[in-house]
Design a protein around this ligand. Structure first.
Ligand SMILES: Cc1cc2nc3c(=O)[nH]c(=O)nc-3n(C[C@H](O)[C@H](O)[C@H](O)COP(=O)(O)O)c2cc1C
Length: 227
């Protein structure tokens, strides 16, 4: 797949076929992902790749904790935005689009809760990749490197017909992950990626998120065209 084609084709997939992904395929995707640049080539990332019973158990416990009202305490820095900001508007636009595609009415609390739980279930994907980072690194330092690696991962997955969704919902309860897959205390659990073969009939997979055009967010200097 051409690079431009892949960049345009990548989107977050929130519904997957019930079809396992071979371990060798995931391994190839991860090998491509780690070709990403990182500051001073520090490569501040490690993976825990989950499937099968252990992933199902994590889904179950994540949902139980969510239903019990446990306050999420993720290891990673959480981004916030003011209520009256463009960022909030974009978040609301996304939610509206997803709910509309899924036929979830605004006042339907049960359906909204089920949608939320879906994120905590890694969208029922056959594979979840957890990205962890050494806690000796500064909290924000590895974020850019991990972001570059994650984009590589999502793009590379396309070459194997795999869909992905980067998601922090899956790592909102680090204690569950530490307990079930033995992630040591000296590792920060930074992000999850749900991965699998996209379900073409899953309504939310038709989401088309827009972008503020680059011309609106770019200031040019020195191009000699009077700007
Ligand atoms: C750091 C990060 C965290 C995200 N967490 C979630 C999440 O918890 N749940 C979810 O449904 N999508 C999550 N997403 C996906 C974004 O909603 C998605 O990338 C954005 O809406 C743009 O849509 P696209 O990926 O389809 O282009 C996350 C993306 C990033 C980069």
């Amino acid at each position: 797949m051409e690079i431009i084609e892949a960049v345009k084709a990548r989107k977050s997939i929130r519904g997957y076929l019930d079809k396992p992904v071979p371990r060798e395929v995931v391994a190839q995707v991860l090998s491509l992902a780690i070709r990403a640049p990182s500051a001073m080539n520090t490569q501040p990332w490690e993976y825990y790749v989950l499937a099968g019973d252990v992933l199902d158990q994590i889904r179950k416990e994540n949902v139980e904790w969510l239903r019990a009202g446990n306050i999420p305490q993720p290891d990673h820095l959480v981004v916030g935005w003011p209520n009256d900001s463009v960022y909030r508007r974009r978040q609301v636009d996304l939610a509206k689009q997803l709910f509309s595609l899924m036929g979830i009415a605004r006042e339907d609390k049960a359906a909204r809760m089920e949608w939320l739980e879906r994120g905590f279930r890694f969208f029922d994907a056959p594979v979840a990749v957890l990205v962890v980072s050494d806690a000796c690194l500064s909290e924000g330092g590895p974020l850019m490197d991990i972001g570059a690696m994650l984009q590589n991962l999502c793009l590379s997955a396309l070459a194997f017909d795999l869909g992905t969704c980067i998601e922090d919902q899956g790592v909102m309860y680090p204690e569950i992950l530490r307990k079930l897959v033995g992630i040591p205390a000296d590792r920060r659990i930074m992000m999850a990626v749900a991965m699998g073969y996209p379900d073409p009939d899953f309504p939310a997979n038709a989401v088309e998120t827009d972008r503020e055009p680059a011309e609106n967010i770019t200031t040019w200097f020195g191009f000699g065209d009077g700007e």
